[in-house]
Design a protein around this ligand. Structure first.
Ligand code: DIG
Ligand code: MN
Ligand code: MN
Length: 390
């Protein structure tokens, strides 16, 4: 059902990239299994399943070889379909990974001509994103990396990406685009090693930029999981730093290629704690399902995939509410978390007095070590809520 004329407040800003529900099922070992859809057809599919918005790479809408006249027509048709369906475009990005020219990276290529072309392509894609109303601009450096470090000094990649991001921040300022840039990490695939492998790498990098306040991160479940990391903890650091500008939701099984599965379909417990974290910290940005349906599916199956992503998120929101209202769980949390105003003040506020008092303080470390924390009961109750029996 279309969102047009919908006055209902948006409970969740569920978005999908054109490339997600438009994925035609090609993989490294198989040909496409679904016919391509036009961008307008994809918009109508997203409106039918009840999405809030759509994201795009430049070439998802305008083929790289489109004439100016065709580009104008495609953009015009897309804008009309946005108006007809009521969907919005919260995020835009650049495809800097499909074309052979980017085979050794875009902004971190060893060839300055490639770097300059990547800049040109991104400037134009930012223009398109701004024209469509996007306020978040994502950079995923899928080809920024190496198979062998014989060719490039990895510090050069850091410096070149810094120059590029600084350049784009200034471009957004000069054009009043109001973009917030969101950097998306991934440890590998399609490159053997991708620079800035995790969200943590980008959080450190952002502080070295000319306009750090304009730049945040776009963590993706599958990517941090591929690195064997706790995705919730990485999102927590981004949130705590005020840098969670966008998030790519999907799912992933350990030790496998980037599966981009339907949200919550592989690790429901992690998905629960992620939804809880986002709710606990009032994240109100787009909830982007950067995922795609199984290759086995036809387009009815693709709609099932999209509905499943959103349904699982909503169901987990309900589970989080039950968890927060559960008296036994809240009682256990009271037991686990011990507060003492004086000690908390001493630990948080350095002074010579605080040093003296902390050094003089007597602690019964044996009793503290023997104290039971009831985590087994707490986690079991959490699992019972997730499994729907509590
Ligand atoms: C892959 O996870 C990347 C690309 O799909 C896109 O550039 C970005 C935005 O979600 N995610
Ligand atoms: Mn992915
Ligand atoms: Mn992504």
């Amino acid at each position: 059902m279309a969102r047009k004329n919908s006055t209902a407040p948006v409970a969740e800003k569920f978005t999908f990239g054109l490339w997600t529900v438009g994925n035609i099922g090609r993989d490294p070992f198989g040909l496409p299994v679904r016919q391509p859809l036009t961008a307008v057809q994809i918009l109508k599919l997203l409106a039918e399943v009840g999405a809030y918005g759509v994201n795009l790479h430049d070439n998802d809408l305008v083929p790289i070889d489109a004439t100016p006249a065709r580009a104008k027509r495609l953009i015009g048709d897309f804008k009309k379909a946005l108006s007809d369906t009521g969907l919005v475009v919260p995020m835009a990005t650049t495809n800097l990974f499909s074309e052979p020219i980017f085979k050794d990276g875009a902004f971190t290529s060893a060839d300055v001509r490639v770097r300059a072309y990547a800049m040109q392509k991104t400037l134009r894609a930012m223009d398109l994103g701004a024209e469509l109303g996007a306020k978040i601009y994502v950079f995923w450096g899928g080809r920024e990396g190496a198979e062998s470090d014989a060719a490039k000094d990895p510090t050069a990649g850091i410096q070149r990406l810094r120059e590029a991001i600084n350049f784009f921040c200034q471009y957004s300022i000069d054009n009043n685009y109001g973009f917030r840039l969101a950097l998306e990490a991934k440890p590998n695939e399609p490159r053997g090693h991708i620079y800035f492998a995790t969200t943590a790498n980008y959080l450190a990098f952002i502080e070295t930029l000319d306009y750090p306040e304009m730049v945040g991160v776009n963590p993706e479940v599958a990517h941090e999981s591929m690195a064997g990391l706790n995705f919730v903890h990485h999102v927590a650091q981004a949130l705590e730093a005020g840098k969670l500008f966008h998030i790519d939701l999907n799912d992933q099984e350990p030790g496998r290629y980037d599966q981009d599965f339907r949200f919550g379909s592989a690790n429901i417990k992690q998905a629960f704690f992620l939804v809880k974290l986002l709710i606990d910290h009032g994240y109100d940005g787009p909830l982007h399902f950067d995922a795609h349906a199984y290759r086995t599916e036809d387009y009815e199956g693709v709609k099932d995939f999209a509905r499943g992503c959103m349904m699982t998120y909503r169901l987990l929101k309900e589970k989080v509410a039950r968890w927060r209202a559960d008296k036994e769980i809240q009682g256990l949390l009271q037991h686990i978390h011990v507060h003492d105003d004086e000690l908390e003040s001493l630990c948080a506020n350095y002074s010579s007095e605080a040093v003296r008092k902390l050094k003089d303080r007597k602690f019964d470390i044996r009793a503290l070590g023997e104290r039971g924390l009831a985590y087994e009961r707490l986690d079991q109750l959490t699992m019972e809520i997730i499994m729907g029996v509590r």
